[in-house]
Design a protein. Sequence first.
Length: 323
Amino acid sequence: MTNRGVGIGMKITGMGAALPEKVITNEDLTAFMDTSDEWIRERTGISQRRIGGTTSGLAIEAGQKALDESGVDPLEIELLIVATTTPDYIMPATAPAVAHELGLDCGAFDVAAVCSGFAYAITVAQGYLAQGLTKILVIGADTMERITDYTDRGTGILFANGAGAAVVEADETGEGQILGWDLGANGKYVHILYSEHDDTMVMDGKEVFRQAVKVMRQSTMKTLEMAGLTVDDVDIIVPHQANVRIVESAWKKLGFSMDKTLMVLNETGNTSAASIPLCLDRGLSQDRIKTGDNVLMLGFGAGMTWASVLLRWNGITTHTAGF
């Protein structure tokens, strides 16, 4: 295989999204905890979330939609990367089963970086494009319901299930390009958000908020520095959908505008690794992303992990599937 070099271009040629059918509204949660619709919306920006399905099932649905839109034959896909923190089994990984159901014949593995997972996976895909691959399927899928206690007001109002997928291809023109990226982790903060085997999540909400705002700013600045660009050069921002107040607080420090920010949190809740691709899917269906746009993907989550990727867009600009 010819090594194409680290400067090989990247473009997203197909997107897909999947959400379970069952909706839990804020009003529904009042039967399980002392809360209200107003209290939840004011503090998180969430009105509803989806539960049901399996991680592999949602990943397959989103992946098939992305393949259909791209027009890529499943046998042309050379690698599958599934970002998830809620695999169907402790072993094996979720990706091989997803690959089988989609008719792929390639390597398949999971990336476990929780809410940063999709951004991590995109940078991994870039590395394989640099080594000569041309078509990669990247999926972010989580069923956070499995580790969420819906009687706990700290976590039960936030987390939900979903999946988003992208067909990533080498861009021979070089117009589509990762201009800058940053990955990070700090195990000192494992204790602020975690789940033991066969148990539900434990979260220190105030500390997660504080650390998330901090790392979003730091990671964004590192990525922009690598790209040789400024905050003003970013056209579209696709942040992990955890809490709208976290995003607003980080943006005040960075100088970003909410007008440039894609959000689906109101409808989906926190879907972990699925949230960034779900946002991309929505943005494309609303004609928010155009050729040449500098699109910043920004994730943060348990670990504590974080990741930012600045992609100059040369992929699809029309998208009707949506969710």
